[in-house]
Design a protein around this ligand. Structure first.
Ligand SMILES: Nc1ncnc2c1ncn2[C@@H]1O[C@H](COP(=O)(O)OP(=O)(O)OP(=O)(O)O)[C@@H](O)[C@H]1O
Ligand SMILES: [Mg+2]
Length: 231
């Protein structure tokens, strides 16, 4: 069982928006894109964090698919793997994690040379970089503010994938610095109390909660109707 879980963890996250752009799931990601744009209309450059209460709720899958639907609109998008504990972005896009956020936070290299092309128009990627012993301390450094300033100049949307907020402090630090936070909830698996704790934790961090994404949500017949209608 442990081996099966580990194998699953090492698999790339599914980019349904890329493989099946007309699917119901892809359309749902576009709806979330619209809602995010309505929630923070005034900023020309938006830095958005994706987190969840617990592990494996779908943060990385949601962040990657959202990055693609934002890039579809012709805007410049950067997707960052700020989960320096269990990074997955390099696997999802079949790239190497030789350099990335951790290296930049240590003052090594620069943003322009550290981002990688995703193969999708308008979408760049910043890997986690080598796994550091102290991710939270790195995120608390002033260098992160400088980096975010540079990112705002280069990109219209910066999407940040992070570890679960109830496990480690990383997401709390990031939530405080991002323009908005999306809380990903694994429907049916997440305990209500955990979601409430995550919300409280984000409130303590003075995060601007944009909304909740219900991942693995069972679809109703209405969803199918609209899917067919649009086809
Ligand atoms: N909507 C979905 N439908 C099917 N499988 C999904 C969905 N969302 C996520 N998964 C699968 O669930 C597992 C966990 O997803 P993901 O890595 O995106 O979660 P995470 O919250 O980033 O996890 P972690 O806490 O380890 O960073 C992966 O195997 C992923 O492929
Ligand atoms: Mg993840």
């Amino acid at each position: 069982m442990r081996t099966a879980n580990k194998t699953k963890r090492l698999m790339p996250r599914k980019l349904v928006v890329r493989t099946n752009p007309h699917s119901i799931a892809a359309e749902q990601y576009r709806t979330i894109r619209t809602n995010i744009n309505f929630s923070i209309p005034d900023l020309t450059s938006k830095i958005i964090l994706f987190t969840s209460a617990s592990k494996e709720e779908g943060k990385s899958t949601t962040a990657a698919n959202m990055a693609i639907v934002f890039a579809e609109t012709g805007k410049r998008v950067l997707l960052i793997d700020a989960d320096m504990r269990r990074p997955t972005l390099f696997r999802t896009f079949q790239l190497v994690n030789n350099t990335g956020l951790s290296n930049l936070l240590l003052g090594k290299g620069n943003l322009k040379h550290s981002v990688k092309a995703s193969g999708i128009p308008n979408l760049d990627l910043l890997m986690s970089g080598q796994i550091p012993p102290n991710p939270a301390e790195l995120l608390e450094s002033d260098i992160l503010d400088e980096l975010m300033g540079e990112m705002r100049e280069l990109y219209d949307y910066v999407l940040v994938d992070s570890p679960p907020i109830l496990s480690v402090t990383d997401a709390k630090i990031l939530a405080n610095r991002c323009d908005g936070t999306v809380l990903v909830v694994n429907t049916g698996k997440s305990e209500k109390v955990s979601v409430e704790k995550a919300r409280d934790s984000l409130a303590t961090a003075k995060a601007f909660i944009l909304g909740v994404v219900l991942n693995n949500y069972p679809l109703t017949s209405e969803n199918y109707y609209y899917h067919n209608y649009n086809d």
